[in-house]
Design a protein around this ligand. Structure first.
Ligand code: MG
Ligand code: MG
Length: 250
């Protein structure tokens, strides 16, 4: 069953999402050549703690970090590591979750490290565009396939690969709730109702669709070794349209 969030739950999700947005604001400031993904993880942990929230990812199915840090051909679920330092020209996707009074915010963003090439610029632009195209379909009485199709159409217009094995998901008291949301059309006619909360998260590849999991059992990378980008917001369907919870509150 897909839960419908109450007014109170939405309030707490916005608070959790605000904290996630604060982490991303900080990431944008500190990401530069030379910093390790472990340092990024520690900075994220500090922001979450200072705001009296819990890092949702830490310990989730045994995951050892507060963020997932996925560089270049890595798609998602990269483990923070003191020996992995960012280099000029990299792109890094940082995914982070915060739980505030039991409610979760989940958001990922891809960042350029210094100056990046045109291919990576286009990939990041397309993936962010796909995210917002999807968000715009998160409206009462639309169906889930409307979101999936909007993401797919943007990816196709750029000729980029779409990661098939991972996708968006319901979010609320748990990071992963029903429904699963594909990033391409599957014919899911589930009607979106007021109060549904979904993490919409396109993962697009410069090359083909195929990805595989590393021996660490977490890190997902493209099979052809080409770069991948990931953008994600937690979004609630409201009477006033899509409400992005994972942004800074005014
Ligand atoms: Mg996420
Ligand atoms: Mg997610």
């Amino acid at each position: 069953m897909i839960s419908r969030k109450s007014r109170e739950e939405i309030k707490l999700m916005r608070h959790a999402g605000h904290i996630v947005a604060l982490v991303h604001q900080k990431m944008k400031e500190v990401i530069e050549p030379g910093i390790s993904t472990k340092e990024l993880d520690e900075i994220a942990h500090q922001v979450i703690r200072e705001n009296r929230a819990i890092p949702t990812f830490l310990g989730y199915q045994g995951f050892p970090g507060c963020i997932c840090a996925s560089i270049n051909e890595q798609v998602v679920h990269g483990i923070p590591n003191e020996n992995v330092k960012l280099k000029e020209g990299d792109i890094i996707a940082v995914d982070v979750g915060a739980t505030y009074r039991g409610l979760v915010g989940d958001s990922a963003w891809s960042y350029a490290v210094g100056k990046i090439d045109e291919d990576k610029q286009r990939l990041m632009k397309a993936t962010e565009e796909a995210l917002y195209a999807g968000i715009d379909k998160m409206r009462i009485d639309n169906v889930l396939d409307d979101i999936s199709g909007a993401v797919e159409d943007v990816a196709n217009s750029y000729g980029f690969g779409i990661v098939r094995q991972y996708g968006g998901h319901g979010v609320g008291h748990n990071m992963h709730e029903e429904p699963f949301l594909f990033n391409y059309r599957v014919g899911d006619k589930t009607i979106i109702k007021q109060g549904y909360a979904i993490a919409i998260e396109p993962m697009l590849n410069l090359g083909g669709d195929e990805v595989s999991v590393a021996d660490d059992e977490w890190t997902v990378s493209t099979v052809d070794g080409k770069p991948s980008a990931h953008f994600e917001h937690t979004v609630i369907a409201t009477e006033d349209g899509p409400l992005i919870t994972t942004k800074l509150m005014e």
